[in-house]
Write a protein that binds this ligand. Structure first.
Ligand SMILES: [Zn+2]
Length: 273
């Protein structure tokens, strides 16, 4: 049985070789790469919602060089250590599956047998994730309408993705754990100094959320040397600064051949009450 449910009638989905089918015979084809599209047409607000192919490719090139591996390792180690034996794991906003792949590997190495699923609104991203990882179910879906049953998830990861708290509360089991990854105040500081005349730090947030107990915050920091204009440009393309930078700032960044930059993340860990 799949972790996913039918987006039309909310019934359980059975996974066959080529499709997912619910009890009411709603059929969702599995693409050749191995993912399924569970985004109902009436919730698709753009032709290709989410990150477009260029952004996805840039992010995939960047992450594949492991510049963000300390974040992946920190998440993997903690989840492998604390997740239950047959944990149901959901990567909400999974992108190309970079974090999922590390976490699923670490769980297996710890002798655990997780059921893992990832969703993202971007079809380009989900396609790459499904190609990368065959042991995880991937679907194109919205985090605001998760195709998952009430109280079905033990561990939920939300890494640089929209915070859909109501849905996270609904799908997590009582006692289930929610990892919320946000940029720390100085994340990408040197890049911002290049882009902006008066850069500002990211706000330090440690919010409390209804229905969740905050367990801890884990900080991960590493200075990274981006060795080429391509790696600098790939990083820029995967940030929101892509949309918020004047031409002069972009020109300054394009003139760089290398850039040493701080990467720093806060992993907020919550437990559902
Ligand atoms: Zn159905």
């Amino acid at each position: 049985m799949s972790l996913f449910i039918c987006p039309l009638c909310r019934g359980a989905l059975q996974e066959n070789a080529r499709s997912y089918v619910c009890g009411q015979n709603h059929v969702f084809d599995i693409a050749s790469e191995g993912y399924v599209n569970l985004l109902p047409v009436n919730r698709k607000h753009a032709k290709q919602p989410g990150d477009d192919r260029n952004m996805v490719r840039a992010r995939n090139r960047f992450l594949s060089q492991d510049f963000y591996s300390p974040l992946r390792d920190a998440l993997s180690a903690r989840i492998a250590q604390t997740a239950p034996e047959a944990a149901a794991f959901l990567d909400c906003g999974c992108g190309e599956g970079y974090y999922s792949s590390g976490i699923v590997e670490a769980l297996a190495a710890a002798g655990k047998a997780p059921r893992a699923a990832g969703i993202d609104i971007s079809k380009s991203a989900v396609r790459l994730a499904a190609k990368r990882l065959k042991t995880v179910e991937f679907a194109v879906a919205s985090c605001y309408h998760l195709p998952l049953m009430e109280e079905s998830v033990d561990v939920l990861l939300n890494c640089f993705s929209p915070l859909a708290l109501e849905e996270f509360r609904r799908v997590l089991k009582p006692g289930g754990v929610f990892y919320y990854v946000v940029p720390a105040p100085k994340h990408l500081w040197e890049m911002k100094e290049t882009l902006y005349d008066a850069p500002y730090e990211n706000p330090q947030v440690s919010p409390e959320y209804d229905g969740f107990a905050r367990a801890e915050t884990v900080s991960v920091t590493r200075r990274v040397l981006l060795p080429s204009q391509e790696s600098i440009s790939d990083l820029f393309t995967m940030t929101p600064y892509l949309w918020k930078t004047l031409r002069a700032g972009v020109e300054r960044l394009k003139a760089l051949r290398s850039l040493e930059v701080e990467t720093s993340f806060d992993i907020h860990v919550y437990q559902k009450k």
